[in-house]
Design a protein. Sequence first.
Length: 359
Amino acid sequence: MVSSKALGRTPSGEQVRVFTITTPRARLRLMEYGAALLSLEVPDASGTMGDVLLGMASLEDYFDNPACHGSTVGPIANRTDKASMSIGSVACHLEGNDGPGLKNNLHTSLSAGLHKRVWQARAAEGRDAVRLTCRLREGELGLPGNRTFTSEVSLADLADGTTRLAISYACTTDAPTFVNMTNHSYFNLAGHDAGTAMGTVMRLEADEFLPIRGDSVSTGEIRPVDGTPFDFRTPKPIGRDIDADDEQLRRARGYDHCFCIRGWRPGTPPRKALSARDPESGRTLEIRITTPGAHLYTANWLDDAHAKGGGAYPPRVGFAFEPEFYPDCAHHPSWPQPVCTPSQPYTQSIVCLLGTSAH
C-alpha cells in the first residue's frame, strides 16, 4: 500500500510530499526533496520492529544535510579532481566545493545537486512503488544535455521471509553527458538510535579497492585488499580493523573508499556486493548492485545534532554503501565510464534484501 501527504515547503516555497510504502512486514518512508529515504522499519529476530536508516528530525534539517542522509546524489556522486572533466571534446567545469582551497568537486553541487532538488513523485499504479522525476537543463550544474532523471523505489515481502527494497535510477539526455548517481542511505541494523554500528559483521564481494589521496580523491591505483584492513572477503565486524595502523584509514578516519565489486559487466542483473548481520538484533542485509563499484563510508565525520527521535549522531553510528562507477573515473579512461547519450540512457539498480537470522 502506498500513501502520501504534505510534509512542508522549501525556502523557495515548493511543496514537498512524503510517501509511505507499507507491506505486512515492513514500512518505508521517502520524500520528494532529494528523492530521499527517510526511514525503513523491519523486524528483528524476535519480531520487534525497528527503523534501520539514519535520518534527520524534520524537513528543514534536510535543507542543510551535509551527510546526505538517505538522498539521491548526482548527477556525479563522489569526488572529481580539480572540479573539471571532459566529455569527448566538451570541457565541463563543476562547482569547486571540496578539498584544500575548494579546488575539487564533491557530489556535483552541495547546494543544487539532485539531493537538493524537489523531485516530482507519484505512486506506481498497481504496485507498492513510487516513481520520482527530476529535470536539469542544458549546461545546468556544469554538464551538457537537457536531462531527465527518474527513480523508482519499491518494497515487497518475499516468500523466503525477507523484504526487498529496490531502487532504480535512469537518465535520458539530448546530448552526451556524464551520470554517476547513487543512494546515500546510512544503515544501522540494530536501529538508527542504537549507537555504534561497528559491531555489524560484514562481507564484501571485492578483491580490490581504490586508495585515496590526502584530499580524498582517488589516486588512480586499483589495489588488492589481500593483507590489508580492506579485506572483507571473510565476514568480520566493520570495526575490527578500522583503527589499524594504515595510511589509507588514517586519511579518512576509517573506511571512506570505493570497493571494486567483482563480476561487473554492462547490462547484467544486480549481483551480490555486500552481506551484513547485526549480532544483537539478528537483522541481516544483502545489497545487490549493477555498478562496477560501491563506496563504503563508516560515517567517520558524522556530527548531527538533530537526528530523528530527538537524538544525535556521532561518528560511526551507521554505514553507507553507495553503488557507483569508480570515483573520478572521468580522469582514468581505462576504468568503466558512465557516459549517457541520446541512444544509450544511463540505468542503475540497487536491491536491498532485509531479513533475520538466529542470534
